[in-house]
Design a binder for this molecule. Structure first.
Ligand code: SAH
Ligand code: MG
Length: 217
């Protein structure tokens, strides 16, 4: 079984075709894509970012919570789609790059950066959101979930990225021993969000695998 080296579960020829077909990013976003590639920052795959952008546009989501900002690539895309974004990042080393990108993007007034570990930060966030993007440490998704459910509005969307983790979540054929804890935790997370009465969840095999969960009640 072959798949890409990067965080992507699809055949390379499929991803290549999709990306060739998409409009090329320009300006700051193009620079950020190049920076991410060079520095191995796991930003959303372009097609995943496009899906998120479209969901925000289609749903008219105005308030977004993002767990895992990295260099601000997805935050800027979501702000560009009309949302006000609160985003959490714990990595001190990339925080300067993150701040500088947000400022360059011109969305400084629409993106609120919270520095620190999401599990601690979330304790102190008491707000409601139309769209929550979970894109941080894959082993912690289940721990983020109660906070997401506390703050996600009914009719809102929970979007989780990297849930098939290079395909390893879906088959033991790709199993890597040192990844077993993350794989188990992701499977448990998927089992939970796919079976909760409050959520209508679909697993989408895009990028590294994503889930879209609509909050029913
Ligand atoms: N959403 C970004 C990519 C995020 S990559 C984009 O698509 O552009 C994942 C990021 O989550 C990393 O920068 C990592 O430092 C951060 N992260 C992981 N676990 C975290 C946690 N518990 N709290 C805060 N940030 C976390
Ligand atoms: Mg991701």
């Amino acid at each position: 079984m072959e798949n890409n080296e990067e965080y992507n579960i699809n055949y390379e020829y499929i991803s290549r075709y999709i990306r060739r077909t998409m409009k090329k990013s320009t300006g700051l976003l193009a620079e950020m894509e190049a920076y991410a590639k060079e520095n191995e920052v796991p930003i959303a795959q372009p097609e995943t970012a496009k899906l998120i952008e479209n969901i925000i546009l289609m749903s008219g989501a105005k308030k977004v919570l993002e767990i895992g900002s990295a260099i601000g690539y997805s935050s800027i895309i979501m702000a560009g789609a009309g949302a006000e974004v609160t985003t959490i990042e714990r990595n001190e080393e990339i925080f300067d790059v993150l701040e500088s990108n947000i400022s360059k993007s011109g969305y400084g007034d629409k993106i609120k950066l919270l520095k620190g570990d999401a599990l601690e930060i979330l304790e102190g966030v008491d707000d409601t959101f139309d769209f929550i993007f979970v894109d941080a440490a894959k082993g912690q998704y289940s721990e983020f979930l109660p906070h997401c459910m506390r703050m996600l509005k009914v009719g809102g969307i929970l979007f989780s990225d990297n849930i098939l983790y290079k395909g390893m979540v879906a088959t033991d054929e790709l199993y890597k021993r040192r990844k077993i804890t993350i794989i188990r935790r992701l499977r448990k997370y998927l089992d939970t969000i796919c079976n909760m009465d409050e959520l209508n969840t679909v697993i989408v095999p895009i990028g590294d695998g994503a889930t879209i969960s609509y909050r029913l009640k």
